[in-house]
Design a binder for this molecule. Structure first.
Ligand code: FAD
Ligand code: NAG
Ligand code: NAG
Ligand code: NAG
Length: 498
């Protein structure tokens, strides 16, 4: 086996105890002894701030970690992972805590949560425009930080409280993604603590397989303590547009279906659509139906070249907004808040919800049948509060779909649309499941999938693996998991190998 010196020379910072043998293992009688002997900062169930730290974004699934680690250093993370492995405790990182399934709380009671909240560094290298970002940074602070340091931008979701750790390693879609790619596509390096406690700086040339796996399945392969992200020059101005129909499309199945079918034709029409445009449809149970998005171009170009084809044949929207914003103004608008800055500690926003997703292959799109079934289903109504978001991923010029699984361990590169069906509280579960079922059932010839960042805890592991990764990619990940984490230290109910 390699000596510590040679491991260091090849870029490893070896965790001292991994190879130290049984004498060291005997030294710690309990998990807490082990963590204390290495001065790892911890919170236990009787700590005064345990409840606040443990509370996930989705309060419907409030798991109780056996211990919460608050690492100040990479070494703290390495030590924590080694102790957990020694005592057979499962580990999950927490970044922003926005997992739909509360997987950052373990996805079960009794796991170790490594809460990266203390790791909030953001440092832009002005010569390479690569930013080094701590694993606990929330998206709003990331966006503000790279803007302040160099007027740079990245592609990611709109909610400023979401964390980099889950979002960037499991996709990451926003209305800049058709132009710049998914959040994940910007990762050029990752400092990762592996299951044996080793820290590696994984890049396309160093530990390329680990680098590949964390981009799609980080929850199963390690803890990313720092990300290296290639940024873009933020546009000086960007065009936001929104067409709002309110209830106007709900009165007629024909209008509802034909509106979507035209939007789908528009989305795949190369004479009007290129990478610079992204958009999504939002609808809910209380009468909203809107289509909004982003254009990397001027208001004038949008209004003269794009809008006419967009709205051709459609009922006239009650409200039309087409407006230019500066970069931070645009991000703030989408955030639906006064500022995209989030607190570094004590973040306290939550929801109680159940959500599902459907990825729709570009080859098939959504059929008239599926849209009709969708309409009939939502017309039946529910007392539960819900919304649906249908985002465009594919179409001409998409920078999401121009990659494949050789680039990263992320499968969803051929979707035209990604649907999210989101309901409030457990009372919405049957309705949301039913909505998914009618859409999928109306198009039996299509192989639909699901989106990793909208992780759905109601699937058993095998179904989740098939929907998120597909059989081929999953098999590759499962075999890698056996090599680098044979004891399944990094675990949640849908982890690779679970
Ligand atoms: C209000 C809201 C808005 C959203 N908006 C969007 C959107 O616009 N676009 C979109 O694509 N998605 C969106 N999402 C989904 C979001 O991308 C996912 O929930 C994402 O995984 C959350 O990341 P997190 O770090 O906050 O979550 P966490 O709960 O902290 O982590 C999620 C998973 O990733 C793992 N993980 C976290 N950090 C690390 C790390 N450093 N190393 C290894 N594994 C790690 C965790 O262990 C867990 O399994 C939204 C979610 C919510 C709740
Ligand atoms: C890790 O990799 C990134 C991306 O290539 C690089 O910028 C960074 O300097 C590396 N860090 C270390 C500590 O080697
Ligand atoms: C694509 O857009 C052009 C320009 O508006 C239009 O003439 C054409 O009919 C559209 N094609 C389809 C298939 O809708
Ligand atoms: C830790 O695991 C990695 C990945 O399997 C491996 O490359 C490395 O040699 C291991 N380190 C030690 C110290 O065993």
């Amino acid at each position: 086996m390699k000596s510590t010196v040679s491991l260091l020379a090849t870029g490893f910072l070896a965790a001292s105890l991994v190879s130290a043998g049984p004498a060291v293992e005997r030294a710690a009688a309990t998990l807490s002894d082990c963590l204390n002997s290495k001065s790892v900062p911890t919170r236990w169930i009787n700590s005064p701030d345990y409840a606040d730290l443990a509370e996930p974004f989705n309060t419907r699934l409030p798991y109780k970690p056996v211990v919460i680690v608050l690492p100040e250093t990479n070494q703290n993370v390495q030590d924590a992972v080694v102790c957990a492995a020694q005592f057979g405790v499962k580990v999950q990182a927490k970044s922003g805590g926005h997992s739909y399934a509360s997987f950052s709380s373990g996805g079960q009671d009794g796991s170790m949560m490594i809460d990266l909240q203390p790791m909030q560094n953001i440092k832009l290298d002005k010569s390479t425009n690569i930013v080094k970002v701590g694993g606990g940074v929330r998206l709003g602070n990331l966006a503000q930080g790279i803007w302040d340091q160099g007027q740079r931008g990245l592609s990611h979701g709109t909610c400023p409280g979401v964390g980099i750790g889950g979002h960037f390693t499991h996709g990451g879609y926003g209305h800049t993604s058709r132009n710049w790619g998914l959040a994940l596509d910007h990762i050029v390096g990752a400092e990762v603590v592996l299951a044996n406690g080793t820290l590696v700086n994984a890049t396309a040339s160093q530990y390329p397989t680990i680098f590949w796996a964390v981009r799609g399945a980080a929850d199963s392969f390690g803890i990313v303590t720092n990300f290296y992200l290639q940024t873009h020059e933020a546009p000086k101005a960007i065009t936001y547009f929104s067409f709002q129909w309110g209830t106007a499309l709900y009165g007629s199945k024909t209008k509802f279906v034909n509106t979507f079918l035209h939007v789908q034709d528009f989305a795949t029409n190369a004479s009007v659509v290129d990478s610079r445009i992204s958009f999504g449809i939002y609808l809910d149970g209380v009468g909203a139906y809107s289509l909004s998005g982003t254009f990397f171009g001027t208001v004038n170009e949008f209004n003269t070249k794009i809008k006419p084809e967009f709205l051709r044949t459609l009922p006239t929207p009650g409200t039309v907004i087409v407006k230019s914003y500066d970069w931070i103004g645009y991000l703030t608008l989408l955030s639906d808040k006064d500022t995209i800055k989030e607190p570094l500690t004590g973040y306290d926003e939550h929801d109680n919800f159940f959500a599902k997703s459907i990825t729709v292959p570009e080859r098939d799109g959504l059929s008239k049948n599926a849209l009709g079934a969708f309409y009939d289903y939502i017309k039946k109504g529910t007392s539960a509060s819900y919304f649906v978001i249908i985002n465009l991923y594919g179409g001409p010029g998409s920078q999401i779909n121009n990659k494949d699984t050789s680039f990263a361990a992320y499968n969803d590169r051929d979707s035209l649309w990604v649907l999210q069906n989101y309901g409030e509280t457990a009372a919405s579960i049957d309705f949301i499941n039913g909505l998914n079922d009618v859409i999928i059932g109306a198009q039996p010839y299509t192989q639909f999938g699901a989106y990793l960042n909208y992780v759905d805890p109601s699937y058993d592991a095998a179904t989740a693996h098939e929907l998120y990764y597909g059989a081929e990619l999953y098999a590759e990940l499962a075999s890698l998991k056996k090599q680098v984490d044979p004891k399944m230290v990094f675990w949640n109910p849908q982890a690779i190998g679970a």
